[in-house]
Design a protein around this ligand. Sequence first.
Ligand code: WTA
Length: 640
Amino acid sequence: MGKIIKNFSEYQQQYSSSIKNPEGFWDEIAENHFWRTKWEKTLEWRFDGEGSPEVKWFINGKLNITENIFERNYHEKKNQVAIIWEPNNPEEEAIRITYHELFEKVKQFANALLKTGVKKGDTVAIYLPMVPELVIAMLACARIGAIHSIIFAGFSATSLADRILDASSKILITADGGFRGSKEIPLKKIADDALSDCPVVEKAIVLKRTDEDVPMKEGRDIWWHDLIKSVGSDNEAAEMDSEDTLFILYTSGSTGKPKGILHTTGGYMVYAEYTFKNVFQYSEGDIYWCTADIGWITGHSYIAYGPLLAGATIVMFEGIPTWPDAGRFWQIVEKYKVNQFYTAPTAIRSLMAKGSEWVKKYNLDSLKVLGTVGEPIDEDAWNWYHDIVGNNRCPIVDTWWQTETGGIMISPLAGITPIKPSYATLPLPGIQPALVDPEGNEIMGNNVEGILCVKFPWPGMMRTIYGDHKRCFDTYFSLFKGLYLTGDAAKRDADGFYRIIGRIDDVINVSGHRIGTAEIEDVINLHPLVNESAVVGYPHDIKGSGIYAYVFCANLFDKEPELLEKEIKAIVNVFIGPIAKPDKIQVVSELPKTRSGKIMRRILRKIGEGDATNLGDISTLLNPAIVDEIIKGAKVVVRK
Ligand code: WTA
């Protein structure tokens, strides 16, 4: 099945042919898919100039991605299990859904969406917990050509409303509630709060999951089970152009509101399947488990689309790694004899902190490949994952990529590429990374560090920011002419292997979730006593980055700082969600600013890290004395 790399020299050959002749390379891969009409031209692109970026792959090709999941493989796959769903509570029964059953459910729900009035090109907001219906809903949208916009079910009402409004979603699919560890999340209640600000939403489809009593608004809300009652499963897929939108997914940047990253159909499909098969070396009969939430890009590409296109059997898990206890992940690996296991460094660090006994209680012999994604993995966590979880015998694929890239960009191919702790190693075929200096000059050779950019398009890359093409150019293509700016810095070692150092902008990775510090500041500033705030990340043992907020209040009006902190956390919780709650809040009498009024985040970052040994030149500050005062009041011990 097309271009599955089996050894390192094949990787080298494919890599070099993908650079010499990208069109020919991707043509051959795309030919393994089912196209109603073959594309006429493989690629047109521009990263620079009027209207850029402009990237089109498989031009005028016609297809439907769900036909490639279902119809294409139907005879071989119909009786194979597609999804093994493991509920939050181990006492509840797991569900197995075959490709045939999933196909029927997707077609039926596609018909239900049509009946509700959803048309090709409409955006559908999906706010669901990790239940099979989430996959069914997303694939049903793809089936009829509706654009899904999935919103992580940990987001607050305000965040949900922002995303619904930005994408003008007419339909919301949600649930009465969701289970997460010992908690029940009142999703319908949160959705109701959001919908009070979203008159655009005509219908809300509500899945029963927790069985809690929820009000249903006459004329707007309809139960999922009622909606599908009289709906059949005969459904022909809508014909999509390669460049028709498949989905929007919101992500944070260094400024402004989250951006709706837009992915299209043909290129994304080809890239998701190709990268899945090659990175994880999935073989027939394997059980693959990615622990991400479908609300993030990892879930889109490597729970849903990539594996299902490849005809894999996936585990989908509703719960969290530490409930009912810290052995939950390993118990599931043992229960289903998972072969490929893909998770985030934050989960690894938190389980490592609970001790290796939890791992050793279970038989993990089935594991063949371990994967990580979302943030740099430090050597300690890498070694623990490798030695304890993988029992020294499983390669780790440290996969570097982004919401914007659609799929994995730099990563070992399991068992093929030599691995090195905390290195994402080498670019996948078709990917042309460049390290550049702050002036945008490419840094050649090895043993160098620079800003990570990409020089040439790949099929899975985003096409635009929904509703704001200029912002897409400004954010990713304007700093260095003709290059895609990733926002990360990286090192290339003597062997040409890449190690991702971290973000160069005001974006932080908190427990593998990407958050813009400006977003948090905007929300903190809503507190009536806060005049100004500055948020930075600081190293956190479990979360990777913790959130440190410095707040300036001109007058506290006798408010106890502890109470203020509580209120600030509550506001962030309400406006963004628990993932963005600051870990440390320091009230300051002034923020360090340059004479031109710019907050010196560099200094605040250093203090937050507990290191004031090298603050650089602070004489340009409006009031240099403030630095000492902030150090004295810091919520960490600061070395001077
Ligand atoms: C970071 C997640 C180091 C990086 C798929 C990137 C990583 C951001 C890695 C994208 C990795 C992702 N090593 N850092 N293996 N993978 N990152 O959009 O900073 O949620 O820019 O996509 O996560 O986060 P996003």
